[in-house]
Design a protein. Sequence first.
Length: 542
Amino acid sequence: MTAALNAGTLPATTRCDRTPAWAALQAHFAAEGDGFDLRQAFSADAADAAGVEVGAQRFANFSQQAPHVFADLSKNLIDEPTEALLQTLAQQCGLEAHRDAMFAGQQINTTEQRAVMHFLLRQPAQQAGDPQQPWHDALAEVHTTLSAMLAYAELVRADESITDVVNIGIGGSDLGPQMAVLALAEFSVPGKRFHFVSNVDGHELAGILSQLDAAKTLFLVASKTFTTTETMTNALSAKRWFEAQLGAAAAPKIARHFAALTSNVAGAQAFGITTTFGFWDWVGGRYSLMSAIGLPLAISIGAAGFKDFLAGAHAMDEHFRTAPATRNLPIRLGLLDVWYRNFHGFSSRSLAPYHSALQRLPAYLQQLEMESNGKRVDRSGEALPFDTAPVLWGEPGSNGQHAYFQMLHQGTEVVPVEFVAVKKASHSLPGHHDKLLANVLAQAQALMLGQTDAGGHRHFPGNRPSTFLLLDELTPASLGAFIALQEHRVFVSGSIWGINSFDQWGVELGKVLAKDVEARLASGEVSGLDASTAGLLQKLRA
Ligand code: F6P
């Protein structure tokens, strides 16, 4: 099928630093951007819009509704001229043509000669479109696999003899399903526990195995490549444990108790797993949650819930694909990221989801953004003279307020914060949700306003930027839309920077060296090693 995808001619793009808009943005930043004050920006509105609440126009201009997500960008260090220049930058870089090339199934992952089509995983079957579309046949395969996977999920849900589902995978084969199963726990089938094993550190697997009854456990081995050391090591140990627990009865039961989620079905079969759900090389690991990798979520929330999840993501795909750039939320967020990284020089962004079920969201988005855009060369391999992915980090609120928010308010570095709030709670405990929402609003307010009438230790400089993303409810559909929003904003900044957001060569070196070091740990051979590694290795063997 991949062979049928035509590389075509990729649209011409211009690297951001070679456009006139980049120079214009530098001049604009030097003239005004550096001294921009949010408080003044809001109060300046009063003069233009007599009778209207002070700052209301700014709020209207810099907030928007996108599918399932309302976004307030008004507490960011931007004004209309800045946003207009950023939009010009996007035009001069060929952002929309690059986006359209992705949606047309062109091989925009140029270092691996692959199309990038995670959007197809949530495209309705009836939108198969023109049979000439390069992805026309791929969409049919997506739906065949989806039907099989959802039917299997329903069987597992109905099977009361299975009480524990263990996902064994790492990176994109762990973080997405783990994040989403936790986020949507409210919708989960009763009577089943979900576990996620990723680390090669045996403490993790051993701790989980000790809670399990083999006869009641389903292992899902999730790995795009089916070669990743951590996953293969954990899968082998899980299989050996299962065989040891059930003895002679184990062999015929592997097909019922082990399933593989992989694009390397042959590899899974060679490992001894015959129940398999496949996906394709055009789905990047960190973009794979809506493929077979989402099976734990499908078991948890059911086929109907999973379809809603896909529909939410599709709605955001359509928004990204068709909304005018000036009201296109992934484009606006991605351009803001560029403004902060390359003109303000902010080196990180903090994510604060004010919902405890979103506890793994920061880790999930960390991989999405930092593995996608943590690149130092452009698409042609030339070293970049400007910075790319910021560090993304965070914890759920309000916990973070009592840990690192001190630094956000009074530290020497400015860190833009992205707040995520959910209007409606799904619990009925009185008082909690109002307090939670009051806290998230107050933090955004405090970062912006500061406390400049107090001196010394009580002085808060304020003017610290934040974005506020609001979901009405945390549902499969809103989570799907939120994930697609984040995927596309990462696409936007990566595209402006002229990098390939869809490869990850940076993880290879450590993998190769680990194999060599593992052999040396066994043999004690240190010749040719640097003195530090040799010294530590000898200490570990002593
Ligand atoms: O090593 C990085 C990486 O390739 C990620 O991109 C990926 O999500 C993860 O490893 C797991 O890979 P796989 O699904 O092939 O086991």
